[in-house]
Design a protein around this ligand. Sequence first.
Ligand code: CUA
Length: 185
Amino acid sequence: MTDRPPEIHEQRILGTELLWAVGVGVLVAATLSVVVFTALSRDINPPSNVERIDPKTLHLSGEFAEHNLGTTVGPDGRVTARMIATQFMFVPRCIAVPSGRAVTLRFASPDVIHGLLITRTNVNTMVVPGFVAQVHTEFTRDEDLLMPCHEYCGLGHSEMWATVQVMPDDRFKPGPDGRVSCAQR
Ligand code: CUA
């Protein structure tokens, strides 16, 4: 401490505080404007589907029972792929999807928080137990895409990944039950 009068000392503290407050304010305003700008102009939004599911019973019945997992084509032609993210694998390990068509991906977790992204696409979501994670997308190239878990979920996290097999639309043929599986390559 110097022997300056205390009022001057306090003035300096106030000045520094105001400077920091303005700096933080500018940062918050810039962040918010980027969020609003990308949402309005480029249609980029965080996943916002709020749909609850009981993680303790999701494998017993309902849409995430084993026989419902994988890709289905509804009577109206809508393509939906369902997967369970669990320690430490995706079930099924591969999903087939058509290219150039709208696809809905739905995920659920019975244990801990997982996450996933599909390489070379904009698909990226967390899978939180208790909620269904849903992503609408359209695949543009016919190729096998890697889908790793990107949320640390335990010792086997680095071994947890699946494949998304994108098929040309003319090869994407559902069976009589409306289901499509990955082709062996
Ligand atoms: Cu599942 Cu990391």
